[in-house]
Write a protein of this length. Structure first.
Length: 504
């Protein structure tokens, strides 16, 4: 029989909320005559195989089991471990005598295999690899005792953890932590990929993520429309136009970066250099006059223009085809003049950093809505744009990005772990990037990337999707070569160029 375990690279592109996955499960059982206990056995075996692949010779396995199907999956893992003569203990948080149906059958299987089972109250410290089989997708509301205590004990044990379906305490729909949450080193999820695993707190709590379809009939997936699509760089690169042999610089647009107020010249320079490296035919910078000479000295390929006022910027706006507004812009009267003049044009725009804060303030643009701009807020900027708290944004990033797109139009990128892209009622997710990107200037490089892709003729949604994938995967390559600490935004530039040209 084919193994139900798939590798990380085979994660599905269709993402679902928990109720949809429950419907997929029911469809397989009720309409395709796949026995529930068979799916449970496949889930347990998939998890057990994934555990052994990660830790080939575990000294012991501790299963912490709850009620329902998640607990049943854990009992299957325990029984399989006993068959392999791996020392295994089950600590149950929910009384197994009250289990019903398939979960009860899985418990009886583990008991027949001689698995030692004790109430969780007798667990002093889990040993070996810990299997989190407590809550799964059935959790609604905050984690309550005794589950919260069990999660605290698991996290404090220092032992490696495998989470079944998703870490207990994590919201499958939003990626929000519902109080205490298991921090796993490996998570294996079943039937359908839950969108919350890939954004918010999800990436921090799941560790390595694997998917097992459990050999569910392919037909069941036609019954549910995925709520979100996971982006793949290879698919998006195919949509980048080929370059004709007789192409010239005018064929690939003119990106103008507007920003670099006093003390922030580097932000505008990084955005412009990224645009040039990503294929913009012409790249210019409109900045404070004092920054012209040092910028040209750093990157002579750029056209750097000193603009002391909005009036000085106005005639220059006839040249570019795309504007990138915000890197190093500041929030001074000069900054407001730059935004005001740029907004008068019909040019496509990328709005980042302080340009977003000025939009949120509402003074310069009283009715800020356009179809041809890309907004790129991080959670704090998103909160200002929505007049709410950052915690509220992070509590449901999918709802937040949809509200941003509805309120401001165009395409919205909500940055962070599991970056989201919303446009035209569609939401997509890029599960790329790493903690090394948590440093000033990363967003400026992304803005330049987006400007270059727009300048080369891509529509805003595709440019946003490709841009965030390029940006995150470039950072992943940089970290793979040199480590996560000390990553600088400009370190991404050679990797960005390689990825765009298909040489990595």
């Amino acid at each position: 029989m084919t193994s139900p375990v798939l590798s990380t690279t085979d994660l599905p592109t269709d993402l679902y909320v928990a109720e949809q996955v429950r419907q997929l499960d029911r469809c397989a059982i009720d309409e395709h005559d796949v026995a529930g206990i068979l799916l449970m056995k496949r889930a347990g075996r998939a998890a057990f195989e994934a555990l052994l692949k990660r830790w080939p010779e575990p000294e012991a396995i501790t299963v912490v089991a709850g009620s329902g199907n998640n607990g049943g999956d854990g009992y299957v893992v325990a029984g399989l471990a006993a068959q392999r003569r791996i020392p295994v203990n089950v600590y149950y948080v929910a009384d197994p005598e009250k289990l019903q149906g398939d979960a009860k059958a899985a418990y009886e299987f583990a008991r027949r295999e001689g698995v030692i089972m004790q109430p969780f109250s007798e667990c002093k410290s889990p040993q070996g690899v810990v299997v989190d089989a407590m809550l799964g997708t059935g959790l609604s509301g905050e984690v309550r005792e005794p589950y919260a205590q069990a999660i605290r004990l698991i996290n404090a044990s220092g032992q490696p953890v495998v989470a079944l379906d998703l870490p207990s305490g994590l919201c499958a729909d939003t990626g929000r932590s519902l109080g205490e949450t298991v921090k796993a080193q490996l998570t294996i999820t079943f039937i359908g990929m839950k969108q919350g695993l890939l954004t918010g707190r999800g990436p921090a709590m799941t560790g390595e993520l694997r998917f097992a379809s459990l050999q569910a009939p392919e037909a069941i997936y036609a019954t549910q429309t995925a709520t979100t699509q996971r982006l793949r760089l290879a698919d998006l690169l195919e949509r980048l136009p080929e370059r004709d042999q007789d192409a010239h610089k005018g064929s690939f647009g003119h990106t103008m970066v507007i920003g670099g107020d006093y003390g922030y010249a580097g932000a505008a320079l990084m955005a412009a250099e990224a645009a040039a490296r990503l294929g913009s035919g012409l790249t210019s910078v409109a900045t404070q006059p004092e920054h012209v000479s040092p910028m040209i000295a750093r990157r002579p390929e750029l056209m750097v223009l000193g603009v002391p006022s909005g009036q000085a910027l106005e005639p220059l706006l006839e040249r570019p085809t795309v504007l990138v507004l915000g890197p190093g812009l500041g929030q001074t009267p000069w900054s407001e003049q730059m935004l005001q003049q740029a907004a008068k044009t019909e040019l496509p725009m990328v709005i980042d950093a302080d340009a977003l804060n000025l939009v949120a303030a509402g003074r310069v643009l009283p009715n800020p809505q356009r179809n041809n701009w890309i907004l790129t807020p991080h959670p704090g900027e998103a909160a200002r744009l929505l007049d709410c708290t950052t915690a509220e944004v992070q509590a449901d990033r999918f709802a937040a990005v949809a509200k941003l797109q509805e309120r401001y139009g165009g395409t919205v990128i909500l940055k962070g772990a599991g970056t989201l892209v919303a446009s035209g009622g569609q939401v997509s997710l890029a599960n790329v990037g790493n903690p090394g990107m948590a440093t000033g200037g990363m967003g400026d490089v992304l803005s330049g990337v987006l400007g270059a892709l727009l300048a080369q003729g891509m529509d805003a949604m595709t440019a946003a999707q490709l841009g965030v994938c390029l940006h995150g995967e470039a950072a992943d390559l940089a970290v793979q070569d040199d480590g996560v600490r000390g990553l600088l935004p400009t370190d991404l530039l050679p990797y960005l160029r390689q990825l765009l040209n298909g040489v990595r």
